[in-house]
Design a binder for this molecule. Structure first.
Ligand code: HEC
Ligand code: HEC
Length: 287
């Protein structure tokens, strides 16, 4: 094998291997390629020593550096949790006004409030908080019990006509079926409707004004714009909680319906109630 065989056609040295007259030319790989190849082998060995690599029966070799993607994830999670706990502690310690005034805290509270709202409040108030018959829209600036931060917090914490909470909002509209006769009820309904719409009968509405002042103004106000401390809705806007039209008003006056909402401070805790307060206040109608 010492003598060289040169292929006559290509002029390239052969390896000396020959099958049926076909000779193998000796074309080695370029140096740089070979060295790169060796380098990758060395890298792979080093990597297999430093990091978990070789599968064993229950797990893999641990690796010299002790790296674990699970531990890394856990570390990330711990960090995230620590900053969340930090924010939550701050929310627990601060008033809703202080939370609302601090941009980072406010953002955190709104995010937390939004997710708590989806789970606990959306079934009644709708996923966009726009309400429905009997359930108020929380996006508008029409408030039954007040739209400033403190009022919203009280409402959410203690609920409305919620028997299990001594601090809940109470106040009910009396049933006027026994106090007013049918005509008076038709009159006052026409009057209330006339504040925002064309009544079925102008004279009827005219006559209803006095009935209203005598029987309804104590709660709904002489101007019918409602009273927050009574939870008595504004009747002079075109927003109706119970239903639209004179017939709906007749019904509410004859046999009033009252909305009930549970209080949330016991169930969700005060921190979540604060987050919900800042969230609801930020929906657009906060005062
Ligand atoms: C079981 C149904 C129900 C659930 C669940 C519910 N609400 Fe209510 N909510 C009501 C009703 C009914 C009213 C109106 C009561 C009334 O007529 O005065 C109301 C009123 C309110 C008001 C007062 C609006 C105003 O105009 O003053 C706020 C604020 C409010 N809800 C927030 C929430 C939040 C936040 C949650 C979730 C933690 C929630 N609600 C869950 C039924 C519900
Ligand atoms: C003791 C206080 C009180 C008196 C008096 C009272 N109301 Fe009310 N009224 C309320 C409250 C509270 C509500 C809201 C009930 C609820 O939120 O579930 C209400 C709701 C209504 C509604 C429904 C409003 C809507 O947006 O759908 C109408 C209409 C209404 N009252 C008309 C009258 C008329 C007319 C009279 C007089 C004949 C009257 N009320 C007297 C407290 C009162």
């Amino acid at each position: 094998m010492s003598e060289k065989h040169i292929d006559e056609i290509s002029g390239v040295e052969t390896t000396g291997h020959e099958w049926d007259g076909i000779r193998e030319l000796n074309n080695p790989m370029p140096r740089w390629w070979v060295w790169t190849f060796y380098a990758t082998i060395l890298w792979a060995i080093g990597y297999a020593i430093a990091y978990p690599a070789i599968p064993m029966i229950t797990s893999a070799t641990k690796g010299y550096l002790g790296f674990s993607s699970r531990a890394e994830l856990q570390q990330d999670l711990d960090l995230a949790k620590a900053s969340q706990v930090k924010f939550q502690d701050m929310i627990a310690a601060k008033t809703v006004q202080e939370i609302d005034a601090d941009p980072a805290l406010r953002e955190f509270a709104i995010a937390g409030g939004a997710s708590a709202f989806k789970v606990n409040c959306a079934p009644c108030h709708g996923s966009g908080a726009s309400g429905g018959p009997g359930f108020p829209n929380l996006n508008d600036d029409d408030w039954l019990w007040g739209g400033d931060l403190d009022s919203i917090q009280t409402t959410i914490a203690h609920g409305i006509r919620f028997d299990n909470d001594a601090d809940t909002h109470v106040s009910e509209m009396p049933a006027f079926a026994d106090m007013l006769d049918k005509d008076q009820i038709r009159q006052v309904a026409a009057y209330v409707w006339s504040l925002t719409n064309k009544p079925s009968d102008e004279a009827l509405a005219e006559a209803g004004k006095q009935v209203f002042l005598d029987n309804c103004a104590a709660c709904h106000g002489e101007d019918a714009k409602g009273k927050l401390e009574m939870g008595a809705p504004n009747l002079a806007d075109a927003i109706w909680l119970k239903g639209r039209g004179e017939e709906a008003i007749v019904q509410q006056v004859t046999a009033p319906k009252h909305g009930v909402m549970p209080g949330w401070s016991v169930r969700l805790g005060n921190t979540t109630v604060k987050e919900l307060t800042v969230f609801v206040h930020a929906l657009g109608g906060g005062q």
